[in-house]
Ligand binder design. Sequence first.
Ligand code: ZN
Ligand code: ZN
Length: 413
Amino acid sequence: MVGVDMVPMKILLVICDGMADRPSNELNGMTPLESAEVPNMDRLAREGQTGLMDVIAPGIVPGSDTAHLALLGYDPMVVYTGRGPFEAAGEGVEVRKGDVAFRCNFATVDAKMHVTDRRAGRISSGTDQLAAALNGMKIEDIEIIFKQGVDHRAVLVLRGPGLSPWVNEVDPHHEGKILESKGLEPEDEKTARILNEFTRRSYEILDKHPVNQARVKNGKSPANIALARGSGSPPEVPSFSEQHHGLNGAAVVGISLVRGLCDLSGLEIIPVKGATGSTDTDLEAKARAAVKALETYDFVLLHFKAPDLYGHDGDAPGKAAFIEKIDLALGEMLANLKDTVVCITADHATPCSVMDHASDPVPVLIWGTGLRHDITECFNELEAGTGGLGHIRGHELMNLLTGLAGRNPKFGA
Ligand code: ZN
Ligand code: ZN
């Protein structure tokens, strides 16, 4: 017998950030996903398979960065040091091997280095000029790369010999004196010293900057210091394509953290006008961009941030309503897809009752023409527990998808 020559299928992975949840009193004891009207997801559940997934491992509460590393097929327990490099890459700053990257806040301090406003009066303009004043300086033999992000946010990359991500941050996370960075081990001291010096100089330079003089004149808090946290080095991992049998992929992502992570793993980032990474995002535009990208790429990751935001706000009805919007966008996509394995899941649970991430496993759904189905009729946390996929781990998902798409080589003869 000769096997039928199968053309490998494409793969669409839809990640609804923080979508998984727990029963909510406001929704008559249902989860937002259970309570939402999601005819398209339900159809795929009926025609496909569902299951539950521990994105990192049972009991581990995932961050969005570690969760996405796992979903892209990497083991975050081995390769993750901190979120800084993903934030930096997400803001378009190149991060190289050996660099140490941080996320930063422009903040307000008094002359005694007490933080009086961690967001510098929610500064929204002029940060490009402030960042330019810090970018390019040199401390010892270390190059400082600094770029503004959205509002009060910014990223810092240290480049040079002998750096390490294992240092304490200087951001106190509340009003009060800024912290002194220390290295975890003696060999980490250099990085801590550079970071402390950078922090001190950022105050020196920013406090007298014309942008801040104008702010003070207008009764606003000056953005007179850059406070770093979330230190990390870029993970030293094979590219996404190397990791998955030459699969070429792209990502449609609204938030810098996940965008940077996808970028560093070698996925092509598809820019979409109207993708905000928030509740006002243009879902249709993102969905259209994902479908279009599938003409060129074998794999597309489509990420929606908003369910996580509703979870953090404790807004279960809002979350359910947004899930319905995702379902509508999904319906449009399905009408335009062919020969594609579709997977819908979440990177973690953000239960509205917890208002933060939780370790609960997430529901996962896999559908594709000609693939198996199971007895589940709807897509939600409850039914997924009875689905044919059983209980899987996040870092296994990609391999499961490439296998079903007919892209994995035979193991053995
Ligand atoms: Zn997340
Ligand atoms: Zn979150």
